[in-house]
Write a protein that binds this ligand. Sequence first.
Ligand code: AR6
Length: 514
Amino acid sequence: KKREDGPSSCCLLKDMKRIPQCDNKLGRLEFSKTHTVLVDVGIFNVGAGPLPQEGRDVWNSDFVKMPNSQSSHMKTGFTMQTKVRWEVISKQLSSLSKKTTASVNDLEEAIIKYNPKYKSQWSFDALSSLVKANPKGDNYLPKLFPKIAELALRLPELVMKAVPLLKRGHPAAITLSQTQIACLLANAFFCTYPHRNASGPKAEYHNYPSINFTSLFGNWSSRKKQKLRAIMHYFQEVTAKEPTGLVTFERHCLRDTDFSNWRSCNKKMPKLHVASLGTIENEGKGMLQVDFASSWIGGGVLGSGLVQEEILFIINPELIVSRLFTEKLGDKECLIVTGSQQFSNYSGFGDTFQWEGPHEERLNRDEWARLQRQIVAIDALHFKHRSEQFNMINVTRELNKAYCGFKGHRPDEPDIATGNWGCGAFNGDKQLKAVIQLMAAAQAKRGLAFFTFEDESLKQGLQQTHHLLVTERTTVEKLFILLEDYCAAQQASGVRVDLFDFIRINFSPCRSLL
Ligand code: AR6
């Protein structure tokens, strides 16, 4: 039923705090034990731009195994002679890069030369169909492929320092230039990363998302077409003109000493703006934007997935590089990405998603030349049955996960733009997840801009609930105890109990009269 607009303690969108209003001094760009910087900080700090930091290749389980590593070998030809893999890769890519136009067959032949095991498994039909459709006309894609090959070939000169893996339980960060990212992604496009194709529990990188683009090239569908259009547009832009900034990827882990007891949290409700229209990425510009993530960062971005996270990664393709080095997120972990660029506009969602052309980036950059866009990936629990979420173990897990993402790391942080986190593909209850996010934001002392994605009734209900909680000066601990009762009531009844009604009945000043 539609709820009526009542009194509201919510604020306007213009009252939300955004990055340009935050007063944080970053100081010089510096590397440390837990912050790897792949550009030369000396040169960068004197304003001479991002140039690659020198370094050496490391071939072990703490670093990304690079395609151009001298330790990466393969057997080739009839004689099964052992060669350094990069020799094979670079020979193939050089001959592609010298062509004015390359066909999908040329690409496939090249890729299979250094991935011979997958000859009969990998399909390139989606890429072929896109080329046949000839988007933009004028042989756009066949002309673009050689340029991507050229970019991939620059790997040894662009990424000299070893890229660490952001491993589970270890908070750490990596800062790299947008050009380095483009080159790493060009390598992903040509499926050059070694040891990254096998799946299954015994595979070396079984705990990491996939990175080679092969899964994007096969199984034609209209979703694939739209995704590939956006990705190809990204490569078109970065091969035409080198982007100039830096991007930082940080893995954060909530430690027990940070905070653990929701039963003794006396914070009150945070500032809230609720809107049924608008999206996190547009109306939430300059706020910390929540990625409704998979614990395998990027989810199905390289497959056929096309909901909030995949769309975000498709319009900001630099996010995809996180899959190269981010181990599966644990329950109390998140990934924060600062500075990624939006290259595409889109419309629709899922099957109706459409690539809508180039995005003109208007954001300013911070002192480290990062665009003022910050995205936090937090993965909700995936409930096979809705009823699983109404127990306090799962509620606490979601509170900790949201808090890990929302917790600030600098003195002055922007507000948070979020919405129906975990409530689409992951089957969460919108009201419960909204209350969980309010509690986490209260503990993190940050405001929330909540986009209900056209759910008018959720908007009204959330506004009224927030108003009640604010007027009653309700604390997080009180809400936590109420959630315990709510879960018990929910389990006992077997049918859906409306959480906002439950809160109203329990917290309303005239509840004794009810
Ligand atoms: N802005 C605001 N709200 C949105 C937006 C947007 N741009 N897009 C969607 N919504 P979902 P989940 C709303 O299903 O349930 C991916 O495969 C809309 O109401 O993407 O956390 C990941 O990789 C939508 O139904 O998030 C994970 O594997 C709701 O947000 C998995 O899906 C939830 O969006 C995560 O699923």
